[in-house]
Design a protein around this ligand. Structure first.
Ligand code: C5P
Length: 310
């Protein structure tokens, strides 16, 4: 699924930008720079936005979702402006964004679009930028953006940018992702979380809660059942306060036969694990019929394939 690749198609350079889910997210503490130190697992999900670009005298963006801005507040435009200012001041491009990943979902749509834009324009403008140059621009664009330049499932620390590949179980994970129509703001969710301030003396290796991280990492090397027993997201508390319908979705997923449920990222999508692919489809179908207090839901069903972490 990853890494992102640029392909020529009908006169356009095209990059498919996948979604992600977090199966584990521990907020370690609040850093002196205002960001939160995280210990999290991120997994690409086969739901894709598409970035298309072709040569033009100036930079412009169009999008098939009319609710999204197409000015410099859109992460695609931010990424295009950044790479052009740093590496291609005389180049322009007509960029088209086809949006399929729900926004304000914790599914990384905006971050993935930003990473895909860097890869797309690096190819279109023939810049030859390497991994490190792309990764440093990626982190300027957002904490999750470097993940999408990586190779697949990863254990992520720092703001989320320090990546260690972490394979999923051989037998596969069977996921049902449910996104209520209402979204949540990452900034607001982090602001509501009561994180402990991290003093200068804090050290990763002395972090008292790393036992929980260790258990998750052991579980993901073992089996889907072990993963189901170790799911965690510290941001779910503040998210449920803002959007109580999330508790309803969790209960519906469990009643439909899910093994375990966790919110992804800062929400509002919820991820359920199912025992097998057939069960995942039946859980997804049941959720499609559920009337949640937050209105209709979008449902995505996917299974992982063994990941190559070489
Ligand atoms: O990095 P990004 O722009 O995606 O983050 C959006 C907001 O989420 C940040 O402005 C910050 O308030 C919060 N955040 C955080 N710690 C992180 C990631 C995000 O506090 N590791």
């Amino acid at each position: 699924m990853l890494p992102l690749v640029a392909k020529e198609f009908a006169g356009w350079t095209q990059v498919w930008a996948p979604a992600k889910v977090n199966l584990y997210l521990r907020v370690v503490g609040k850093r002196p720079d205002g960001y939160h130190e995280l210990a999290t697992h991120m997994l690409p999900l086969p739901v894709y936005d598409t970035i298309l670009a072709r040569m033009a005298p100036t930079l412009s963006l169009q999008c098939d979702d009319p609710t999204l801005p197409i000015d410099s507040t859109n992460l695609v435009m931010k990424a295009a402006l950044l790479i052009s200012q740093r590496h291609a001041t005389d180049s322009g491009a007509e960029i088209a964004l086809r949006k399929r990943i729900p926004h304000q979902a914790g599914m990384g749509g905006g971050s993935s679009d930003a990473a895909a834009t860097l890869v797309c324009l690096n190819h279109l403008w023939n810049l030859g930028l390497g991994k490190n140059e792309l990764a440093s621009m990626a982190l300027e664009l957002g904490s999750d953006v470097p993940f999408f330049l990586g190779k697949g499932p990863a254990w992520c620390t720092g703001r989320g940018e320090d990546l260690t590949p972490l394979a999923t179980p051989e037998a596969g994970l069977h996921l049902v992702v449910v996104k209520p129509s209402e979204g949540l703001s990452t900034k607001e969710i982090f602001a509501r979380f009561k994180a402990k301030p991290m003093g200068a003396a804090w050290r990763a290796d002395a972090d008292a809660e790393t036992g929980s991280d260790f258990n998750f990492k052991q579980a993901i090397a073992q089996s889907a059942q072990a993963v189901a027993d170790t799911l965690r997201n510290d941001l779910e508390g503040p998210a449920v306060q803002l959007l109580p319908a999330l508790a309803h979705i969790r209960a519906e997923l469990m009643a439909a036969g899910a093994q375990a449920v966790v919110m992804t990222g800062s929400g509002s999508a919820m991820v359920a694990l199912a025992a097998d692919a057939t069960k995942a489809v039946s859980v997804g179908q049941r959720l499609m019929l559920t009337r949640t207090p937050a209105g209709p839901v979008a449902v995505f069903v996917a299974s992982t394939v063994p990941s190559n972490t070489d």
